[in-house]
Design a protein around this ligand. Structure first.
Ligand SMILES: Cc1ncc(COP(=O)(O)O)c(C=O)c1O
Length: 435
């Protein structure tokens, strides 16, 4: 391998960070140990379009993209101009910011279920708000959930003991069912008959494509049992279709949550849905945060949703993602490496599956290392996020880097030298499965 890129400044910063910040990062999935520590960048100093530069001066095509919020590309001119214009007028007021109306109108126009909206910040906040409104509206307590909804107590209680800080008693009002398992959902609705306030799911989650009729089946079961249906569109929103997974699959939930794709990286969360459910937020439940109407993020959301509505953003993301998925599968076959893409083009996932699970993990680490070395940042297992700024040049460079990296990997697997080629200091999966 050519002389390895230097990650010295990144590593020096990380050593300082782990003394001050538990885990070294603010997000579990962004922990340096989740990638390929010592053979992968840790700290970024700038980013532009589809590319990011680390603190050692290396540039990369980025497919991690803040874990999904960047839909248009870094420093997208229309969005940044809107943020700057708002900055000149103030960040947050005790009075209301007119831009709240603009974003509310965009969401109501673009998202099929949205009759009314509330703005918060992160995903856990909006999904928690949805659960609270659903309980108030139905007068029922139980939530049935499939997938990760955020770190809040009410969601983490689904897996008893997973989070030692969550009281066991909350486990009595949340339960789950298996991904794409309609019979499983039916059984849970029957088990908790008359007590289920809300069924929550991410419409394209779990890595695999959704079986035909699944979403229609879930909708029917909810109606049959008087439960509200909530789509967590935090990954799919403003990415899969302008109106999210609900527009793509043609099924309208009662409530929906957004917190990534809407503001091109600024922190803007939206809970929206049927007016009669949303109106519980007036007096029946307390959903109130200081920063919900913070105007820089809303200015970014107004600009970003405008671009997504008026330009071929979603079609371009699908097309680019499709070329990458096909390219990954073809190059895996070419080199005899069991690398496969799954799911949907705007945010596909990848698997590497050898009979030996440890070899699969090690090959992932080597792939992250080799791709970073060639100027491409992937994430173990995906999601492979795409932006409107990833174009032909990025696709070609990515596939050329993958071709070379898989040649290295195939040779290493054949010769039993995968571990010898890993330049990592420590390897650990950072993110336990919460489903
Ligand atoms: C589908 C989904 N829901 C909820 C969340 C939680 O969002 P946040 O980290 O902003 O609380 C995430 C985060 O990755 C997510 O992917």
């Amino acid at each position: 391998m050519s002389e390895m890129r230097s990650y010295d400044r990144s590593l020096a910063m990380w050593r300082r960070a782990i003394e001050m910040v538990p885990g070294g990062s603010q997000t579990n999935s962004k922990r340096a140990t989740a990638y390929a520590l010592g053979a992968f960048p840790i700290y970024a100093q700038r980013a532009e379009g589809a590319r990011i530069q680390d603190v050692d001066g290396n540039w990369y095509i980025d497919y991690i993209l803040g874990l999904g919020p960047i839909t248009l590309g870094y420093c997208y001119p229309e969005v940044d101009a809107a943020i700057r214009a708002q900055l000149d007028r103030g960040i947050i007021y005790g009075l209301l910011a007119p831009v709240e109306l603009e974003v509310a109108e965009s969401v109501i126009e673009m998202v099929p279920c949205a009759e009314m909206v509330r703005f918060l910040k992160g995903g856990a906040e909006v999904t928690t708000a949805a659960a609270r409104m659903a309980r108030a509206h139905t007068g029922r307590e139980v939530i049935l959930n499939c997938g990760y909804r955020g770190w809040a107590d009410g969601w983490m209680a689904q897996n008893a003991g997973l989070d030692k800080g969550v009281p066991d008693c909350l486990g009595g009002v949340i339960d789950g069912w298996g991904r794409h398992d309609l019979d499983g959902l039916r059984a849970k609705l029957e088990e908790h008959a008359g007590r289920v306030a809300m069924v929550a799911l991410d419409p394209a989650g779990g890595g695999a494509r959704v079986p035909d009729g699944y979403h229609q089946g879930v909708r029917e079961l909810c109606d049959e049992h008087g439960a509200l249906l909530m789509y967590d569109e935090i990954v799919t929103g403003f990415r899969m279709a302008p109106g999210g997974g609900q527009e793509y699959f043609g099924v309208t939930p009662d409530l929906a949550c957004f917190a990534k794709g809407i503001a091109n990286g600024m922190a803007c969360g939206v809970v929206c849905g049927r007016a009669e459910v949303m109106r519980t937020a007036i007096d029946d439940v307390v959903i109130s945060v200081t920063y919900g109407g913070e105007a820089l993020s809303l200015a970014a959301a107004a600009a970003a949703t405008g671009v997504i509505r008026d330009e071929p953003v979603i079609d371009t993301i699908w097309e680019t993602g499709g070329r990458l998925m096909r390219g990954f599968d073809e190059l895996g076959d070419k080199h005899g490496v069991p690398l496969k893409c799954h799911g949907y083009e705007p945010m596909s996932s990848q698997t590497i599956t050898y009979d030996d699970p440890q070899l699969s993990q090690d090959v992932w680490t080597l792939l992250l290392q080799e791709m970073a070395q060639r100027g491409v940042l992937l994430r173990r297992g995906g999601l492979l996020f795409i932006t409107y700024s990833h174009r032909d040049e990025e696709v070609e460079e990515t596939l050329a880097a993958l071709d070379e990296s898989l040649a290295v990997i195939a040779e290493a697997v054949d010769s039993g030298t995968v571990k010898d080629r890993m330049r990592v200091q420590e390897v650990r999966e950072s993110f336990r499965s919460f489903t």
